[in-house]
Design a protein around this ligand. Structure first.
Ligand code: SAM
Length: 269
């Protein structure tokens, strides 16, 4: 798999993360839905992997690539890991830094992109990258950088969107484009930048990362019910807070829309 073309990359609106104000932690903003709807599943999944590998939090260096306002990094720090978050967006990092200070959490936040991680080789035991891989310009470079900064035996945990007909309808058309239901800004995601499971497996393999598994992610209510809630949110009958309490993302057998997985670095892979 190649990096995306400039024409496609120019479509994605990553400027959303540079807007003024705290859109990550203030409850009535769309980005806060990451905290209420998606994060519980990711954190549970990461914990399961940590347990499987008997990872001792106190001595473990964890990096979150594309940490945004720190929603996931804070959970990692709270588990006792030595936590670092990097993101290209300075406004988002400032929100993350201030929120961690208020919560008395020690997290090292740095500015940087996944394509050029500002860390030495073999620095981290775990790298997390959630809802970011489908935002980057050069995915092969990001995966090779993640592998470079991981120690041998280190774990890479990620989630992303699959490039299927269903993801186009649900994530692009319904959530962003069709005004009847859209509650996300246009071009928050660009379908052409979504990643098929086999494409990421290929890149992992190429970069000494031994792929282990993928699990699908779906809402714990029917899609029909979700559509009704989206409509209520779109016409203002539900706030983002109320909408965020209606359901949760959970594990699914289907990877058609979103999936999460992990790989282990093996220098001889
Ligand atoms: C949907 S947010 C996810 C934030 C965070 N991972 C979370 O789940 O709470 C996408 C993030 O990716 C960041 N991003 C965009 N391009 C990136 C790149 N090339 N390298 C690293 N992060 C990037 C954005 O600034 C934004 O904070």
């Amino acid at each position: 798999m190649q990096k995306v073309t400039e024409e496609i990359y120019n479509k994605i609106n990553n400027e959303i993360y540079n807007l003024e104000g705290d859109r990550w932690w203030q409850p009535d903003f769309s980005l806060n839905l990451i905290k209420t709807l998606v994060n519980p599943f990711r954190v549970g999944y990461a914990k399961k992997v940590f347990e499987e590998f008997k990872i001792d939090s106190g001595k473990t260096n964890v990096l979150e690539v594309g940490c945004g306002g720190g929603i996931l990094s804070e959970e990692i720090a709270r588990m006792g890991f030595i936590t670092t978050g990097i993101d290209p967006s300075e406004p988002s990092l400032n929100i993350a830094i201030n929120h961690a200070i208020k919560g008395n959490l020690k997290i090292n936040y740095e500015k940087g992109t996944g394509e050029n991680l500002p860390f030495q080789n073999n620095s981290f035991d775990v790298v997390l990258c959630c809802d970011v891989l489908e935002h980057v310009y050069d995915l092969p470079k990001v995966i090779s950088e993640i592998s470079r900064v991981l120690k041998n035996g280190g774990i890479f945990i990620y989630d992303t969107f699959n490039r299927t007909y269903f993801s186009k309808i649900s994530t692009i058309k319904i959530l962003q484009e069709w005004r009847r239901w859209a509650i996300m800004p246009p071009n928050l995601h660009v379908w052409e930048m979504f990643i098929k499971p086999d494409e990421i497996k290929f890149l992992l393999q190429k970069n000494q990362l031994r792929w282990k598994e993928h699990h699908g992610i779906k809402p714990n209510i029917s899609y029909l019910k979700m559509i009704r809630y989206l409509r209520k949110r779109a016409i203002g009958e539900l706030s983002y807070v109320e909408f965020g309490k209606k359901f949760l993302m959970v594990e699914s057998y289907s990877t058609q829309i979103m999936y999460m997985g992990y790989a282990v670095k093996h220098s001889d892979a």
